[in-house]
Design a protein. Structure first.
Length: 87
């Protein structure tokens, strides 16, 4: 899985936002706000991460069981697919 082109993660003060750039602004109106965990997962996807790598990032950063991390990764992936950020 891969983040579509023309989406950029930026930190604005204490908030993480995903902004559409260029052609993506036509289909994606607005911006996506992420918490620290969402930003961690987005950055993992930017590095070519998959579901397993997202779960690895969660278990490395937080005290969470592997099954919970996998479930959380699935939920994040599904949300990004639904709003059109993933290829």
């Amino acid at each position: 899985m891969k983040i579509k082109e023309n989406f950029a993660l930026r930190q604005v003060a204490d908030t993480w936002v995903v902004l559409p750039l260029g052609a993506a602004t036509v289909d994606f109106n607005g911006m996506l706000t992420l918490n620290e965990t969402g930003a961690l997962l987005w950055q993992t996807l930017e590095k070519g991460g998959d579901r397993e790598m997202l779960a690895d990032a969660l278990t490395a950063e937080y005290e969470v069981e592997r099954s919970t991390a996998l479930s959380d990764a699935d939920e994040f992936i599904e949300k990004l697919k639904n709003i059109g950020c993933l290829e």
